[in-house]
Design a protein around this ligand. Structure first.
Ligand code: ATP
Length: 256
């Protein structure tokens, strides 16, 4: 589904991604782990189109998308979550969901003036979908709450919900477990697993929480110094001495 080929990302004289190549199969939840500074977020930014690489290629469903703008990727179902937009805090939870669908009919002046019946229809459909999403996430009771008042975990659930408002195919999750309490973490894991199993989402998940990686991800890819170090199932990656060494070379032994 996704193929990253010999990607290089230089920031001035510093090489953050160093000839990185990997493949993500459709229908998987692929875990991306590695010590701080391994290049995971930079790689995500390149896949999502927030950064353009110095060299190398990104292919998505057979198409070379290396130079494609992020909104065009979004329309193709390649969605990155947990980047919280400015409007997030001021809007209600329901509004946050309703503003997601691309090319909302109501946003076009032409549509507003001349096609109001259609606009109303689309809005009603969007609202229904938003309520369904809230039910799925068990957040219906917070529909009218300002998103800024949500807990860290509820915000992560809402961000997951925002992907459900699109026709997402490949979802990039950037440290979903960060700042989430244990109870909501279990719920978040359960929702990710359900979206994967029942709705066919493919996920790539950057995470330092090894419990979450172990529960959800197969395969797991460990990056270090800008490239893939080891790839395989969790047990294989975890027991590889190079992985341990990469982590121990940093401040903690998170992979252990
Ligand atoms: N815009 C930038 N300018 C200069 N250096 C950058 C920039 N973005 C990232 N880097 C550097 O590139 C390296 C890789 O960073 P990146 O954030 O991709 O790592 P990471 O694996 O996601 O780390 P973490 O797990 O801590 O989030 C780091 O040394 C970082 O300081």
């Amino acid at each position: 589904m996704l193929e990253v080929d010999s990607l290089v990302m230089d920031f001035g004289g510093f090489r953050a991604v160093d000839r990185c190549s990997l493949k993500v199969e459709e229908g998987t939840i692929t875990g991306l782990i590695g010590p701080n500074g391994a290049g995971k977020t930079t790689l995500f930014n390149i896949i999502a189109g927030a950064l353009f690489p110095t060299s190398g290629h990104v292919r998505y469903r057979g198409e070379d998308i290396t130079g494609l703008a992020s909104d065009r990727r979004f329309h193709k179902g390649l969605v990155r979550t947990f980047q919280i937009p400015h409007e997030f805090h001021r809007l209600t939870v329901l509004e946050n969901l309703m503003m997601v669908p691309p090319q909302q009919a109501g946003e076009s002046l032409f549509a507003n003036w001349f096609q109001w019946r259609r606009v109303k229809g689309v809005e009603a459909q969007t609202e229904r979908r938003a309520h369904e999403t809230l039910r799925f996430l068990e957040l219906s009771h917070l529909a009218q709450e300002r998103a800024g008042n949500l807990s860290g975990g509820q915000k992560k659930l809402l961000e997951l919900g925002r992907t459900m408002m699109t026709d997402a195919k490949l979802v990039l999750l950037d440290e979903p477990a960060a700042g989430v309490n244990r109870t909501l973490l279990r719920k978040l894991e359960e929702k990710i697993a359900t979206l994967h199993r029942e709705r066919g989402y493919t996920f790539i998940l950057i995470e330092h929480d090894m419990e979450m990686i172990e529960k959800l991800c197969d395969p797991v890819i460990c990056m270090a110094e800008g490239r893939v170090l080891v790839e395989g199932d969790f047990a294989h990656v975890r027991s590889d001495p190079r992985v341990l060494e990469a982590y121990l070379g940093e401040t903690t032994g998170e992979a252990a």
